[in-house]
Ligand binder design. Structure first.
Ligand code: URA
Length: 244
């Protein structure tokens, strides 16, 4: 079977099994503006000394302190600021912490996070090769979608994180994060599959891993988005392996 031929030996991960059969032939044409004036081998943006970035992020977390900027502070256990490698050049943005994240103070550690790890792994990435955060840093009760005033109240933190990290690429997970970063009310089905921008930074929207847990049919478009991400990373000289 085609999918089995492509699967590296010993790999039994279900995400891989389903995506491997989709093929890897598609070539994605990237917009001309991506990587303009950058060399193919150097990461885009400032190549930050990891210490500077970490110091600045720590100072930002201190400014956030025990934030009371919106109603989400009332029921939260933790402010989930973000996690991973802030100098990696790849920033993933989700919607908001869930119960496990609120408990542990780390983004994407529940079921959706475990699937996200497998998706990242399919293009050679892991938690140390990306930084992950959310549009709101406190858990919305019952995992509801954050309201626009909650997103607005939290926006300054994300904006500062982006300014400090200067990522080469942003991947938005799901409609709320994608709409917030791209500045549109379009649905995720329309936004995904192409490269948008936040200032000079390419933005690649894809479905939220929690949506994949509910709807198997979304695996294929997510895999296509990961191939597009891989093409983008290659062009920008960022990590991620060439072939799955
Ligand atoms: N879903 C999100 O959007 N973010 C998390 O951190 C966890 C689940």
């Amino acid at each position: 079977m085609e999918g089995d031929r492509r699967r590296p030996e010993g790999r039994s991960d279900p995400f891989w099994n389903s995506v491997a059969s989709f093929g890897i032939e598609e070539i994605f044409a990237l917009p001309d503006w991506i990587g303009e004036g950058k060399t193919a081998t150097a990461p885009v943006g400032r190549v930050p000394s990891s210490m500077d970035v970490q110091t600045e992020l720590a100072a930002l977390a201190e400014r956030v302190g025990d934030c009371r900027g919106c109603r989400l502070c009332e029921a939260r256990n933790s402010i989930v600021f973000g996690g991973g490698n802030p100098s990696a050049g790849i920033l993933l943005i989700g919607e908001g912490p869930g119960a496990s994240e609120d408990e542990r103070g780390i983004p994407f550690v529940g079921k959706a996070g475990q699937l996200l790890d497998r998706i990242l792994e399919s293009i050679g990435l892991d938690r140390e090769s990306v930084y992950i955060t959310n549009i709101v840093k406190c858990r919305p009760p019952n995992n509801r979608t954050p309201s626009s005033d909650e997103v607005a109240a939290c926006w300054w933190i994300l904006e500062e994180q982006i300014r400090i990290m200067e990522p080469g690429v942003i991947v938005t997970l799901g409609a709320p994060a994608s709409r917030t970063i791209i500045g549109t009310s379009d649905g995720i089905g329309r936004l995904r599959g192409s490269v948008h921008r936040f200032g000079d930074i390419p933005v690649l929207p894809t479905y939220h891993p929690a949506a994949l847990l509910r709807t198997q049919a979304l695996k294929r478009p997510v895999w296509e988005d990961m191939k597009l991400l891989r093409t983008l990373l290659k062009k920008l000289g960022l990590p991620g392996k060439g072939e799955p």
